[in-house]
Design a protein around this ligand. Structure first.
Ligand code: SF4
Ligand code: SF4
Length: 92
């Protein structure tokens, strides 16, 4: 259902967030993750990757701050927080 919305991960420099991410960014808490993969599946920018519990990460260079990953996470293990200053955008 969501596949028509998704872009290929990092497929274009045009997808880079640059200065226009929304006021929020996701933080993966890595405490309750059950490796369901929903956050990675729903992300329209394809910028969440992971293969095991509490091992998911987001490339904030491509994140637009839409909040879908936090919305879909069944364990509330993704929180939307205030944007960090430029240069501190790597969430690992
Ligand atoms: S907020 Fe989450 S779903 Fe939205 S673009 Fe960023 S990582 Fe992807
Ligand atoms: S949606 Fe939540 S529980 Fe599922 S893989 Fe992502 S962080 Fe883990």
């Amino acid at each position: 259902m969501f596949s028509i919305l998704a872009a290929k991960p990092k497929s274009s420099e045009r997808n880079k967030t640059g200065s226009w991410r929304s006021t929020k960014m996701p933080r993966l808490l890595k405490k309750e993750c059950i490796n369901c993969g929903l956050c990675a599946y729903i992300c329209p920018e394809g910028c969440i990757e992971g293969k095991d519990k509490n091992q998911y990460s987001v490339d904030l260079d491509y994140c637009k701050g839409c909040g879908l990953c936090a919305y879909i996470c069944p364990k509330n293990d993704v929180k939307m927080v205030e944007n960090q200053p430029q240069g501190e955008s790597k969430e690992k």
